[in-house]
Ligand binder design. Structure first.
Ligand code: DGL
Length: 346
């Protein structure tokens, strides 16, 4: 089959000039959504439009690349599971090894897009561009953002200057790092931000770069989805004033390998919760302090004696991304010092 596919790409490429070959892996979300009327920019059903219709509705794609689509899932991204991440990652890993594939685009719901982008950033061993893209409005809405987001994603995925920059996210004309980006607002098209800023912009089919990632990713990663059977069980507990110990105990009994503590401020832990986390650590559960605060990063041994408690700090990773890194890292090590190194480096 691969031989036949290669022949098809080659014929198409020869016919259409030396445009890059980009595969679009569709998973659902608003970019595949549909609303009842053009005025419905926020009320719609996600994950309705199949990938072939999505691509056919954007003929401009043919100006920038030879594009093929695959429907991997058709789900809203809040419903993603570890199994979805592994299945998607395995498909990406197969495709990036094919010499006739120059880049990958993943169309995805925006709710958990940042988690999938970071996961792929950690486990796909390639320098080829991988671009995750979504939209805040369905294609049926006035001023829908999905078409240009998708065109920009295919442009970047087919660009040699996007190679080696880790997994990327193209939303609202910006090129964001899949590691750094997070959804900061639920009802505006400029929803995706990084506290460290975008890597660049795409404007009328051209990429403008202003910085590059410094954390390990993709080809430089020590992790490889081809060597992983599953993700380790890691859960998050969001902390707040009056938080009861029951939230933490329940997870401890569920056989988690690590618990992400999403604390206020510098990942602060309530005095009544410290012994609960120490007890879980004593049972072999890794404790990883993250912060619910949008920006900044958790300092080690500042308000909590992390060395003494044998805890890990999540650096600048928000709880949802800290979970992804811990779930990947724990497939290779359960050593606290190694985990802390990994959180500094990735
Ligand atoms: N249900 C949400 C999702 O699939 C819709 C949000 C979106 O895709 O923009 O992530």
């Amino acid at each position: 089959m691969a031989g036949l596919a290669l022949a098809a790409w080659t014929v198409l490429a020869a016919a259409q000039g030396a445009k890059p070959n980009v595969v679009v892996l569709a998973t659902g979300g608003t970019i595949a959504g549909a609303g009842a009327s053009a005025a419905n920019s926020a009320t719609y059903a996600a994950a309705k439009v199949p990938v072939d219709k999505l691509l056919a509705g954007l003929p401009e794609l043919g100006n920038v690349a030879n594009v093929k689509g695959e429907q991997v899932f058709q789900i809203a991204s809040e419903s993603f599971t570890n199994d979805n991440l592994m299945k998607l990652g395995r498909r990406v890993s197969v495709l990036v090894k094919q010499p006739d594939v120059d880049g990958i685009v993943v169309t995805h719901g925006t709710d958990t897009l940042e988690e999938t982008a970071y996961f792929l950033n950690l486990v796909i061993r390639t320098d080829k561009p991988i671009v995750v893209v979504g939209s805040m409005r369905p294609g049926t809405a006035l001023s829908a953002d999905g078409a240009l987001n998708l065109l920009n994603a295919v442009t970047v995925a087919g660009s040699k200057d996007a190679m080696g920059k880790g997994v990327l996210v193209t939303m609202n004309d910006e090129i964001q790092s899949g590691r750094d980006v997070t959804k900061t607002v639920n009802i505006k098209t400029d929803a995706f931000k990084s506290q460290w800023g975008p890597l660049g912009m795409v404007v009328e089919g051209r990429n403008y770069w202003f910085r590059a990632p410094v954390k390990r990713h993709t080809a430089q990663s020590e992790f490889n989805i081809d060597e992983m059977s599953d993700l380790a069980p890691v859960e998050i507990v969001y902390s707040y004033g009056n938080v009861p110990r029951t939230s933490f105990d329940a997870n401890g009994k569920n056989g988690v390998k690590a618990l992400i503590h999403g604390g206020p401020g510098n990942g602060s832990v309530a005095d009544r919760i410290v012994p609960v986390l120490q007890d879980l650590r004593g049972q072999g559960v890794q404790i990883i302090r993250s912060s619910r605060v949008p920006d900044g990063f958790v300092l080690r041994n500042a308000e909590q004696p992390d060395d003494k408690y044998d805890w890990v700090v999540a650096h600048d990773l928000k709880p949802q991304k800290a979970r992804i890194l811990a779930a990947v890292a724990l497939t290779r090590t359960n050593d606290t010092k190694e985990l802390q190194r990994i959180f500094w480096q990735y």
